[in-house]
Design a binder for this molecule. Sequence first.
Ligand SMILES: *Cc1c(COP(=O)(O)O)cnc(C)c1O
Length: 234
Amino acid sequence: MDLAFEDFLQRLERVRAEIAAACDAAGRDPASVAVLPVTKNHPPAAVEYAVRAGLPSVGENRVQEARDKRAALADCPVRWELIGHLQTNKAKLAVGLFDRIQSVDRVKLIHALERHAADAGRRLPILLQVNAGDDPAKHGCTLQEAPALTETILDCPHLKLEGLMTIAPLSDDPDLARRTFENLRSCREALQERFDIALPELSMGMSGDLREAVAAGSTMVRIGTALYGARRYT
Ligand SMILES: *Cc1c(COP(=O)(O)O)cnc(C)c1O
């Protein structure tokens, strides 16, 4: 990560301006959209930048990488959110590391998280990940599976369902992203009504499609590239 803190602050300001413009167009309050800096594939300094800028949480997509970073940043006052696919055999480790898991998408994982959260004596905040763009390359349950999985989660006393998460299909077509995000919002509304629950969080939108996400009601955009630059994969 070849980025000075001042440059990071400038990038953050640009992201916030883009959110504000999208909120303006949609008649929304910019304070209703949080920025989750995505620090995956970046060194621990990326997390420190976020904290220094006053951001409360970071997103990581791999359990081991987050574990190493947490160890390198002992006592860093930040909330860790898992946004990447979680294998069931890593559920226990994830429960010990993350403040919230956004990538919950199947019964087996729900039951594993419930068991490990109970063992740890905590109630784990989670989001249900829905493949609202019906993209074969993405994880997440289908829109049709969402009600049954919600029911399963609501039967788990150690899980706290706070909302939904989606990733739009990789595409140059902003309409596809818009439809995906509108699908997620409708899904949220249907679940709220059917189960008489509040699902306040809609985690949707990344660097390339945050406008469409904010227009459709996103409460949290997950931003990597626009804040930290291109990731180097090794
Ligand atoms: C990497 C990642 C992001 C951030 O993507 P950018 O395009 O770099 O902003 C957001 N959400 C998830 C689930 C990711 O894996």
